[in-house]
Design a protein around this ligand. Structure first.
Ligand SMILES: [Ca+2]
Length: 192
């Protein structure tokens, strides 16, 4: 009996620490370049609207289309492999902002924070499915329910390769270093 109790307790304890089989989708998650190639696969969409995927550079409140990557309804499977560094001048740690342009509504929705989008809502979720693999699902309808079902699976893409969900350690440390340097300069200026 005692043995049985121990086994049951051990099973319950282990169970509570086991990660779920499917990773969580994180809404508003951003992806960062880690140097090297990135491959894009188009996964079957669940949308009625047609869209295309592009890589964008966000600057001064505007968006520049860096690379047109493919039309969501015309192609499934591996789409393109490119190197954000050698092809487009990205540096390690730079954010890779992917977005969809929805043909039917002429709206563009970006990965990342809500404020980037025309309705001020998050429009993409990221699910990490491998060490360097991420499924990004977009919501292609404007606004809150009932205008939009907010299911984030209208346009889905698999990104593999040189991507990460956080800026690499050296980049973070370098930023911290710059911050400390800034504080040092400010203090010195105050003394004068
Ligand atoms: Ca939807």
């Amino acid at each position: 009996m005692r043995k049985l109790v121990i086994v049951v307790v051990a099973t319950v304890l282990c169970g509570s620490f086991v990660r779920p089989a499917t990773a969580d989708v994180i809404l508003g998650q951003q992806l960062y370049y880690t140097g090297g190639d990135v491959t894009v696969d188009i996964l079957p969409p669940s949308a009625g609207y047609w869209s295309h995927l592009s890589l964008y550079l966000l600057s001064g409140g505007g968006a520049i289309e860096v690379a047109f990557l493919g039309i969501n309804h015309l192609h499934f499977g591996p789409l393109v492999t490119f190197n954000p560094g050698t092809d487009f001048g990205y540096a390690d740690g730079d954010e890779l902002v992917f977005g969809i342009y929805v043909w039917n509504t002429e709206q563009t929705y970006f990965m990342g924070p809500a404020g980037r989008n025309p309705d001020e809502l998050v429009h993409a979720g990221v699910e990490q499915v491998g060490s360097n693999s991420f499924i990004v699902g977009f919501e292609d309808l404007f606004g809150s329910p009932p205008s939009s079902d907010r299911d984030f699976n209208d346009n889905r893409f698999l990104f593999t390769g040189s991507l990460a969900t956080a800026v690499s350690e050296p980049g973070t440390l370098a930023l911290l270093g710059l911050g400390l340097l800034g504080i040092g300069v400010a203090r010195r200026r105050k003394k004068i």
